[in-house]
Design a protein around this ligand. Structure first.
Ligand code: GDP
Ligand code: IMO
Ligand code: MG
Length: 422
């Protein structure tokens, strides 16, 4: 299978967790390389639902190793909770989970600042997950961050934390927000540091040595292409590179060791949080929400929904170098009579084949739709390409072609078994 990067080709929540779980079967190591616990990756094993935030979804396959890479921002208290939750469900984490010593830490002041910035933006808020991810990456870039390597050296950590709390409390006070107690944060982080100590290592060397031995790496993207800090709908983005390049910088694995890129996309479009979404459609949202679908895995917020946007996925294929597409949630369209697909945008007398850079321009874009006849039957039982209705196959072929990549996988339900290889 070689070394594979898996990315979200839309606005996040494409079903990456499910597809990672499927692909982990033929991988040796699964690596998260960016984002933090803003991610929520859902995997079903039988009736048991797992929602992974920081731990790679590969953890659910016995015998596989998982790495939280240097590009991830780790809230250590939340990670300990996640690990405890997995242990309670009988998932093995000891000896098979590794955390990069250079991964940056998320602190309560990052969460407080995240909240304050959102409040101060008022109507122009981003709709963040309020997990402190933006301010944590901000500190990393400002050389004001603390890392896992600091956390596991208690004396050094105590000194550094005191400085950081002092400085951030000044900021919080100036904004009229309550300051944090150094003693309380220190105690919680000390405990988390102790709990995580055994997981922390130099994962850059580990991963490169594994590649030299011929092992197969699977890089689990978080968020999606249009939440990328460089390629997304700025400023309505997250603060990491969610596109394929982020997998290299976020792991220390060089680009010439990557063999292929898989792009995951839903058969329609969703977005959670603010920012332009050209194909947004109330009927599609009502239909999916009525089925109990499309509520955020991390915040529980109802996701905004719309028709499949091939301009966006074409752009995603370009910037990620997507070789193969995995289309999920095909069954979400089972009852639709006529399915629309956005094939171009129009705005200001211009036609766009790729996503324009400026968010206000994108917000002004009107989709040009092509229509496809719905298949109007349940697809969840299909286990082969041939078992899918002809109209479903036609629809999938069309959206793959419009996106500019080959269809590799089709998903007709949340479980492992509901996956069709093409
Ligand atoms: P991720 O963040 O990309 O891993 O995606 P999320 O887990 O946040 O959201 C995807 C949702 O779709 C989850 O509830 C999955 O269980 C679900 N899902 C994934 N693939 C399919 C599918 O083919 N059909 C259905 N019905 N649900 C799916
Ligand atoms: P997964 O990995 C969907 C969105 C937030 C907000 C923006 C910035 O499950 O696909 P942040 O808290 O990161 O500063 O918020 O990004 N967002 C996601 N949307 N799926 C995610 O992750 C997301 N992670 C962040 O809703 O619009
Ligand atoms: Mg998600």
């Amino acid at each position: 299978m070689a070394n594979t990067i898996l990315v979200g080709a839309q606005w996040g929540d494409e079903g990456k967790g499910k597809i990672i779980d499927v692909l982990t079967e033929t991988a040796d190591i699964v690596v998260r390389t960016q984002g933090g616990n803003n991610a929520g990756h859902t995997v079903f094993l039988g009736a048991q639902k797992y929602v992974l935030h920081l731990v790679p979804s590969g953890i659910l396959r016995p015998g596989k190793r998982c790495v939280i890479g240097n590009g991830v921002v780790v809230d250590p208290v939340s990670l300990v909770e996640e690990i405890e939750g997995l242990r309670k469900l009988g998932v093995k984490v000891d000896g098979n989970l590794f955390i990069s010593e250079s991964a940056h830490l998320v602190f309560p002041y990052h969460r407080a600042l995240d909240e304050q910035r959102e409040l101060r933006k008022g109507r122009n808020k981003i709709g963040t997950t309020k997990r402190g991810i933006g301010p944590a990456y901000g500190d990393k870039a400002a050389r004001a961050g603390l890392r896992m390597i600091d956390l596991v050296q208690p004396d050094r950590f105590a000194t550094l934390l005191r400085q950081r709390i002092q400085e951030n409390n000044e900021l919080l006070r100036a904004w009229g927000a309550p300051p944090l107690s150094y003693a309380r944060v220190q105690a919680a982080y000390r405990a988390a540091g102790d709990a995580l100590q055994g997981f922390v290592s130099n994962t850059v060397v580990m991963l490169n040595e594994a590649i030299r031995r011929g092992e197969n790496l699977l890089f689990e993207g978080a968020q999606g292409t249009f939440l990328d800090i460089d390629h997304g709908t700025y400023p309505f983005v997250t603060l990491s590179n969610t596109t394929a390049g982020g997998a290299c910088t976020g792991s220390g694995v060089p680009p010439n060791r990557i063999d292929r890129v898989v792009g995951v996309m839903k058969a329609y479009t969703t977005r959670v949080g603010e920012g332009p979404l050209p194909t947004e459609n109330a009927e599609v949202a009502d239909m999916l929400h009525a089925l109990g679908r499309e509520f955020g895995a991390t915040t529980g917020r109802p996701r905004r929904c719309g028709w499949f946007d091939a301009v966006a996925t074409r752009h995603a294929t370009m910037v990620n170098g997507i070789d193969k597409l995995a289309v999920t949630n095909i069954d979400g369209l089972d009852s639709v009579e006529t399915i629309k697909v956005c094939v171009a945008y129009r705005a200001g007398g211009r036609q766009y084949e790729y996503v324009p850079t400026d968010a206000p321009t994108l917000a002004a874009c009107r989709p040009v739709y092509a229509e496809f006849p719905g298949w109007r039957c349940a697809t969840g039982q299909a286990r082969s390409w041939a078992a899918l209705p002809t109209k479903t196959r036609q629809y999938l072929k069309a959206i793959a072609e419009l996106s500019g990549a080959r269809l590799g996988l089709a998903s007709v339900g949340p479980s492992r078994e509901q996956t069709i290889f093409r």
